[in-house]
Design a protein around this ligand. Structure first.
Ligand SMILES: *Cc1c(COP(=O)(O)O)cnc(C)c1O
Length: 359
Protein backbone atom coordinates (compact mmCIF):
# COMPACT_ATOMS: atom_id res chain seq x y z
CA UNK A 1 0.00 0.00 0.00
CA UNK A 2 1.21 3.53 -0.82
CA UNK A 3 1.36 6.00 2.07
CA UNK A 4 0.60 9.71 2.01
CA UNK A 5 4.11 11.16 2.07
CA UNK A 6 4.34 14.71 3.46
CA UNK A 7 8.14 14.91 3.13
CA UNK A 8 9.68 18.30 2.34
CA UNK A 9 12.04 16.62 -0.09
CA UNK A 10 12.80 14.29 -1.68
CA UNK A 11 9.06 14.04 -1.85
CA UNK A 12 6.06 12.30 -3.34
CA UNK A 13 5.89 11.71 -7.10
CA UNK A 14 2.67 11.03 -9.02
CA UNK A 15 1.84 7.31 -9.02
CA UNK A 16 1.26 7.48 -12.80
CA UNK A 17 4.87 8.63 -13.24
CA UNK A 18 6.28 5.82 -11.11
CA UNK A 19 4.17 3.23 -12.93
CA UNK A 20 5.23 4.50 -16.33
CA UNK A 21 8.88 4.43 -15.24
CA UNK A 22 8.40 0.91 -13.90
CA UNK A 23 6.87 -0.25 -17.17
CA UNK A 24 9.81 1.21 -19.09
CA UNK A 25 12.45 0.19 -16.57
CA UNK A 26 14.15 -2.65 -18.41
CA UNK A 27 13.49 -1.55 -21.97
CA UNK A 28 12.64 1.98 -23.03
CA UNK A 29 10.51 1.83 -26.18
CA UNK A 30 12.15 -0.58 -28.59
CA UNK A 31 15.64 0.25 -27.39
CA UNK A 32 16.18 -2.92 -25.36
CA UNK A 33 17.81 -0.82 -22.61
CA UNK A 34 16.83 1.04 -19.50
CA UNK A 35 17.11 4.84 -19.75
CA UNK A 36 19.73 4.46 -17.01
CA UNK A 37 21.91 2.38 -19.31
CA UNK A 38 21.74 4.65 -22.34
CA UNK A 39 24.54 6.78 -23.68
CA UNK A 40 23.63 10.39 -23.07
CA UNK A 41 24.76 11.02 -26.66
CA UNK A 42 22.45 8.37 -28.15
CA UNK A 43 19.56 9.26 -30.43
CA UNK A 44 17.02 7.83 -27.97
CA UNK A 45 18.34 9.86 -25.07
CA UNK A 46 18.62 12.98 -27.22
CA UNK A 47 14.87 12.78 -27.82
CA UNK A 48 14.20 12.45 -24.09
CA UNK A 49 16.22 15.49 -23.03
CA UNK A 50 14.86 17.59 -25.90
CA UNK A 51 11.33 16.68 -24.96
CA UNK A 52 12.03 17.46 -21.28
CA UNK A 53 13.24 20.93 -22.21
CA UNK A 54 10.41 21.71 -24.61
CA UNK A 55 7.79 20.52 -22.10
CA UNK A 56 9.33 22.66 -19.36
CA UNK A 57 9.35 25.65 -21.71
CA UNK A 58 5.71 24.99 -22.52
CA UNK A 59 4.33 24.48 -19.02
CA UNK A 60 6.19 27.50 -17.59
CA UNK A 61 5.82 29.67 -20.74
CA UNK A 62 9.56 30.31 -20.75
CA UNK A 63 10.39 33.10 -23.24
CA UNK A 64 12.81 32.38 -26.11
CA UNK A 65 15.56 34.61 -24.74
CA UNK A 66 16.01 32.31 -21.74
CA UNK A 67 18.23 29.23 -21.65
CA UNK A 68 17.19 26.13 -19.74
CA UNK A 69 20.09 24.25 -18.14
CA UNK A 70 20.00 20.77 -16.58
CA UNK A 71 22.78 20.72 -14.00
CA UNK A 72 23.84 18.81 -10.89
CA UNK A 73 24.99 19.81 -7.43
CA UNK A 74 21.61 20.82 -6.04
CA UNK A 75 20.29 24.27 -5.29
CA UNK A 76 23.18 24.56 -2.83
CA UNK A 77 25.70 24.69 -5.69
CA UNK A 78 23.75 27.59 -7.15
CA UNK A 79 24.51 29.55 -3.99
CA UNK A 80 28.08 29.82 -5.39
CA UNK A 81 27.37 29.54 -9.11
CA UNK A 82 25.11 32.60 -9.10
CA UNK A 83 27.73 35.02 -7.69
CA UNK A 84 30.59 33.49 -9.70
CA UNK A 85 28.69 34.11 -12.93
CA UNK A 86 26.65 37.22 -12.17
CA UNK A 87 28.62 39.27 -9.64
CA UNK A 88 30.86 40.73 -12.27
CA UNK A 89 30.28 44.49 -12.57
CA UNK A 90 29.98 46.25 -9.20
CA UNK A 91 30.77 43.12 -7.19
CA UNK A 92 27.69 43.82 -5.06
CA UNK A 93 24.42 41.94 -4.54
CA UNK A 94 21.27 42.39 -2.45
CA UNK A 95 19.72 39.48 -0.52
CA UNK A 96 16.44 39.13 1.38
CA UNK A 97 16.89 36.86 4.40
CA UNK A 98 13.69 34.85 4.77
CA UNK A 99 15.01 31.58 6.14
CA UNK A 100 17.89 29.15 6.32
CA UNK A 101 18.22 28.63 2.59
CA UNK A 102 18.29 32.37 1.93
CA UNK A 103 20.84 32.73 4.70
CA UNK A 104 23.03 29.99 3.27
CA UNK A 105 22.85 31.58 -0.19
CA UNK A 106 23.81 34.94 1.32
CA UNK A 107 26.71 33.48 3.28
CA UNK A 108 28.12 31.63 0.29
CA UNK A 109 27.84 34.63 -2.04
CA UNK A 110 29.54 36.82 0.59
CA UNK A 111 32.73 34.87 -0.11
CA UNK A 112 32.79 36.40 -3.58
CA UNK A 113 31.67 39.99 -3.11
CA UNK A 114 29.84 42.60 -1.10
CA UNK A 115 26.47 41.09 -0.24
CA UNK A 116 23.96 43.12 1.66
CA UNK A 117 20.96 41.84 3.59
CA UNK A 118 18.23 44.24 2.47
CA UNK A 119 15.68 42.85 4.94
CA UNK A 120 15.26 39.88 7.25
CA UNK A 121 12.46 38.14 9.14
CA UNK A 122 14.78 36.31 11.54
CA UNK A 123 13.39 38.33 14.50
CA UNK A 124 10.22 36.18 14.40
CA UNK A 125 11.69 32.82 13.36
CA UNK A 126 11.15 33.68 9.67
CA UNK A 127 7.38 33.40 10.08
CA UNK A 128 6.69 36.22 7.62
CA UNK A 129 8.06 37.88 4.48
CA UNK A 130 9.52 41.27 5.39
CA UNK A 131 8.15 44.33 3.68
CA UNK A 132 10.40 45.54 0.90
CA UNK A 133 10.84 49.07 -0.32
CA UNK A 134 12.71 49.53 -3.59
CA UNK A 135 14.22 52.76 -2.21
CA UNK A 136 16.34 50.49 0.03
CA UNK A 137 17.69 48.48 -2.92
CA UNK A 138 21.16 49.09 -4.34
CA UNK A 139 20.68 50.20 -7.98
CA UNK A 140 24.29 49.18 -8.65
CA UNK A 141 23.87 45.61 -7.40
CA UNK A 142 24.74 42.93 -9.95
CA UNK A 143 21.62 41.03 -8.91
CA UNK A 144 18.90 40.83 -6.24
CA UNK A 145 18.33 37.41 -4.63
CA UNK A 146 15.20 35.99 -3.02
CA UNK A 147 14.17 32.55 -1.83
CA UNK A 148 10.70 32.49 -3.39
CA UNK A 149 9.20 29.77 -1.18
CA UNK A 150 10.71 29.07 2.21
CA UNK A 151 10.51 25.31 2.59
CA UNK A 152 11.39 25.18 6.29
CA UNK A 153 9.28 28.08 7.56
CA UNK A 154 6.29 27.87 5.22
CA UNK A 155 6.25 31.35 3.73
CA UNK A 156 6.28 32.59 0.17
CA UNK A 157 6.53 35.81 -1.79
CA UNK A 158 3.16 36.96 -3.17
CA UNK A 159 4.63 40.19 -4.51
CA UNK A 160 7.97 40.38 -6.25
CA UNK A 161 10.42 43.12 -5.28
CA UNK A 162 10.61 45.96 -7.83
CA UNK A 163 14.28 45.73 -8.74
CA UNK A 164 14.21 47.86 -11.89
CA UNK A 165 17.13 46.93 -14.15
CA UNK A 166 18.82 44.82 -11.46
CA UNK A 167 18.23 41.15 -12.37
CA UNK A 168 16.01 39.29 -9.92
CA UNK A 169 17.39 35.86 -8.98
CA UNK A 170 15.07 33.37 -7.27
CA UNK A 171 15.59 30.05 -5.53
CA UNK A 172 12.35 28.26 -6.47
CA UNK A 173 13.34 24.79 -5.30
CA UNK A 174 10.13 24.15 -3.37
CA UNK A 175 7.58 25.98 -5.48
CA UNK A 176 8.54 25.56 -9.13
CA UNK A 177 5.70 24.02 -11.18
CA UNK A 178 3.21 24.63 -8.34
CA UNK A 179 1.79 27.90 -9.70
CA UNK A 180 2.00 30.10 -12.75
CA UNK A 181 4.97 32.48 -12.76
CA UNK A 182 5.99 35.23 -15.14
CA UNK A 183 9.51 34.10 -16.05
CA UNK A 184 10.22 37.43 -17.75
CA UNK A 185 10.24 39.11 -14.32
CA UNK A 186 13.37 37.14 -13.40
CA UNK A 187 16.97 37.19 -14.57
CA UNK A 188 17.58 33.71 -13.24
CA UNK A 189 15.50 30.99 -11.58
CA UNK A 190 17.05 27.89 -10.05
CA UNK A 191 15.56 24.83 -8.40
CA UNK A 192 16.64 21.46 -7.13
CA UNK A 193 14.34 18.86 -8.70
CA UNK A 194 13.63 16.77 -5.61
CA UNK A 195 10.80 18.90 -4.18
CA UNK A 196 8.33 19.27 -7.02
CA UNK A 197 9.95 18.17 -10.29
CA UNK A 198 11.50 14.73 -9.93
CA UNK A 199 14.30 12.83 -8.22
CA UNK A 200 17.31 14.37 -6.49
CA UNK A 201 20.41 14.85 -8.62
CA UNK A 202 18.95 17.28 -11.14
CA UNK A 203 19.09 21.05 -10.74
CA UNK A 204 17.24 23.24 -13.22
CA UNK A 205 18.46 26.73 -14.10
CA UNK A 206 16.43 29.14 -16.23
CA UNK A 207 18.63 32.07 -17.18
CA UNK A 208 18.20 35.15 -19.38
CA UNK A 209 20.76 34.92 -22.17
CA UNK A 210 22.39 38.30 -21.54
CA UNK A 211 23.45 37.11 -18.06
CA UNK A 212 25.56 34.32 -19.57
CA UNK A 213 29.18 34.81 -20.56
CA UNK A 214 30.65 37.02 -17.85
CA UNK A 215 31.81 34.47 -15.29
CA UNK A 216 34.85 35.31 -13.22
CA UNK A 217 38.19 33.88 -14.32
CA UNK A 218 38.42 31.73 -11.20
CA UNK A 219 35.07 30.04 -11.98
CA UNK A 220 35.51 26.27 -12.22
CA UNK A 221 34.56 25.09 -15.71
CA UNK A 222 31.70 23.01 -14.31
CA UNK A 223 30.34 26.13 -12.54
CA UNK A 224 30.25 28.27 -15.66
CA UNK A 225 26.73 28.72 -17.12
CA UNK A 226 28.21 29.45 -20.55
CA UNK A 227 29.88 26.03 -20.75
CA UNK A 228 26.56 24.29 -20.09
CA UNK A 229 24.56 26.64 -22.34
CA UNK A 230 27.00 26.15 -25.26
CA UNK A 231 26.86 22.39 -24.84
CA UNK A 232 23.11 21.90 -24.42
CA UNK A 233 23.67 20.65 -20.83
CA UNK A 234 25.92 17.92 -22.29
CA UNK A 235 29.39 19.27 -21.46
CA UNK A 236 29.67 16.18 -19.32
CA UNK A 237 27.20 13.43 -18.47
CA UNK A 238 23.98 15.04 -17.24
CA UNK A 239 21.80 13.31 -14.59
CA UNK A 240 20.13 11.29 -17.33
CA UNK A 241 17.59 9.29 -15.33
CA UNK A 242 16.46 12.26 -13.22
CA UNK A 243 15.87 14.26 -16.40
CA UNK A 244 13.82 11.38 -17.81
CA UNK A 245 11.65 11.22 -14.68
CA UNK A 246 11.17 14.99 -14.79
CA UNK A 247 9.97 14.60 -18.37
CA UNK A 248 7.38 12.07 -17.14
CA UNK A 249 6.33 14.52 -14.41
CA UNK A 250 5.90 17.23 -17.06
CA UNK A 251 3.82 14.83 -19.19
CA UNK A 252 1.69 14.23 -16.09
CA UNK A 253 1.29 17.99 -15.52
CA UNK A 254 0.11 18.36 -19.12
CA UNK A 255 -2.35 15.48 -18.66
CA UNK A 256 -3.74 17.21 -15.56
CA UNK A 257 -4.48 20.32 -17.61
CA UNK A 258 -1.31 22.33 -17.01
CA UNK A 259 0.05 24.55 -14.26
CA UNK A 260 -3.06 26.71 -13.88
CA UNK A 261 -5.16 23.67 -13.01
CA UNK A 262 -2.53 22.42 -10.55
CA UNK A 263 -2.31 25.88 -8.99
CA UNK A 264 -6.05 25.84 -8.28
CA UNK A 265 -5.75 22.35 -6.78
CA UNK A 266 -2.79 23.47 -4.67
CA UNK A 267 -4.74 26.47 -3.37
CA UNK A 268 -7.65 24.21 -2.43
CA UNK A 269 -5.38 21.75 -0.62
CA UNK A 270 -3.61 24.52 1.31
CA UNK A 271 -6.90 26.26 2.20
CA UNK A 272 -8.34 23.02 3.58
CA UNK A 273 -5.39 22.61 5.93
CA UNK A 274 -5.04 26.28 6.92
CA UNK A 275 -8.80 26.66 7.54
CA UNK A 276 -8.73 23.72 9.91
CA UNK A 277 -5.55 24.97 11.65
CA UNK A 278 -7.04 28.46 12.11
CA UNK A 279 -9.98 27.13 14.09
CA UNK A 280 -8.32 24.20 15.87
CA UNK A 281 -7.88 24.56 19.62
CA UNK A 282 -5.03 22.01 19.63
CA UNK A 283 -2.95 22.66 16.50
CA UNK A 284 -1.57 26.10 15.71
CA UNK A 285 -0.13 27.25 12.40
CA UNK A 286 3.29 28.93 12.78
CA UNK A 287 2.59 31.33 9.90
CA UNK A 288 -0.52 33.45 10.38
CA UNK A 289 0.02 36.42 8.07
CA UNK A 290 -0.56 36.91 4.36
CA UNK A 291 2.60 35.11 3.18
CA UNK A 292 1.56 31.51 3.73
CA UNK A 293 3.19 28.93 1.51
CA UNK A 294 0.96 26.74 -0.65
CA UNK A 295 3.55 23.96 -0.49
CA UNK A 296 4.87 23.70 3.08
CA UNK A 297 2.57 24.07 6.08
CA UNK A 298 4.27 24.04 9.50
CA UNK A 299 2.19 23.72 12.67
CA UNK A 300 2.64 22.90 16.37
CA UNK A 301 0.59 21.92 19.39
CA UNK A 302 2.86 23.86 21.75
CA UNK A 303 3.54 20.67 23.69
CA UNK A 304 6.56 18.54 22.66
CA UNK A 305 5.09 15.35 24.06
CA UNK A 306 1.82 15.81 22.18
CA UNK A 307 3.75 16.62 18.98
CA UNK A 308 5.64 13.35 19.38
CA UNK A 309 2.46 11.39 20.04
CA UNK A 310 0.80 12.96 17.00
CA UNK A 311 3.76 12.24 14.71
CA UNK A 312 3.86 8.62 15.87
CA UNK A 313 0.09 8.32 15.31
CA UNK A 314 0.49 9.78 11.83
CA UNK A 315 3.16 7.25 10.87
CA UNK A 316 1.00 4.38 12.15
CA UNK A 317 -1.89 5.61 10.03
CA UNK A 318 -0.01 6.06 6.78
CA UNK A 319 0.85 9.78 6.97
CA UNK A 320 4.63 9.77 6.86
CA UNK A 321 7.45 12.32 7.14
CA UNK A 322 5.31 14.92 8.89
CA UNK A 323 7.87 15.84 11.55
CA UNK A 324 8.80 19.52 11.36
CA UNK A 325 12.27 20.89 10.71
CA UNK A 326 14.34 20.94 13.90
CA UNK A 327 14.56 24.76 13.82
CA UNK A 328 10.76 25.17 13.97
CA UNK A 329 9.81 21.99 15.81
CA UNK A 330 6.35 20.44 15.69
CA UNK A 331 5.04 19.29 12.35
CA UNK A 332 5.26 20.28 8.70
CA UNK A 333 2.99 19.00 5.96
CA UNK A 334 4.58 19.44 2.54
CA UNK A 335 1.80 19.27 -0.03
CA UNK A 336 3.50 19.44 -3.41
CA UNK A 337 1.79 18.80 -6.76
CA UNK A 338 1.79 15.01 -6.33
CA UNK A 339 -0.13 15.11 -3.02
CA UNK A 340 -3.78 14.49 -3.91
CA UNK A 341 -6.60 16.50 -2.31
CA UNK A 342 -7.76 13.26 -0.67
CA UNK A 343 -4.41 13.01 1.12
CA UNK A 344 -4.91 16.40 2.79
CA UNK A 345 -8.55 15.55 3.51
CA UNK A 346 -7.52 12.31 5.20
CA UNK A 347 -4.83 14.12 7.22
CA UNK A 348 -7.29 16.77 8.41
CA UNK A 349 -9.78 14.06 9.41
CA UNK A 350 -7.03 12.34 11.39
CA UNK A 351 -6.07 15.65 13.04
CA UNK A 352 -9.69 16.29 14.06
CA UNK A 353 -9.90 12.86 15.64
CA UNK A 354 -6.58 13.39 17.44
CA UNK A 355 -7.74 16.79 18.67
CA UNK A 356 -10.94 15.32 20.12
CA UNK A 357 -9.04 12.54 21.88
CA UNK A 358 -6.35 14.80 23.33
CA UNK A 359 -8.11 17.95 24.52
C1 LIG B 1 15.82 21.94 -0.44
C2 LIG B 1 16.18 23.36 -0.72
C3 LIG B 1 17.51 23.76 -0.99
C4 LIG B 1 18.66 22.80 -0.97
O1 LIG B 1 18.61 22.01 -2.07
P1 LIG B 1 19.75 20.94 -2.41
O2 LIG B 1 19.30 20.46 -3.75
O3 LIG B 1 19.72 19.90 -1.34
O4 LIG B 1 21.04 21.66 -2.47
C5 LIG B 1 17.74 25.08 -1.28
N1 LIG B 1 16.74 25.99 -1.29
C6 LIG B 1 15.46 25.64 -1.04
C7 LIG B 1 14.39 26.68 -1.07
C8 LIG B 1 15.15 24.32 -0.75
O5 LIG B 1 13.87 23.98 -0.48
Amino acid sequence: MRVYNFSAGPSMLPLEVLEKAAAEMTSYGNSGQSVMEMSHRSKEYGAIIESAESLLRKVLSIPDQYKVLFLQGGASSQFAMVPLNLMNKSGKADYVITGQWAKKAFKEASRYGACRAVASSEDKTFSYIPELNSADFDPEADYFHICYNNTIYGTKFYQLPETGSVPLVADMSSSILSEEIDVSKFGLIYAGAQKNMGPAGLTVVIIREDLIGNARDITPTMFNYQIHADNGSMFNTPPTYSIYIMKLVLDWIESMGGIKVLEEKNKKKAALLYDYLDQSSLFKPTVTGPSRSLMNVPFVTGNDELDKKFIAGCTENGFVNIKGHRSVGGMRASIYNAMPYEGVEALVAFMKKFEKENM
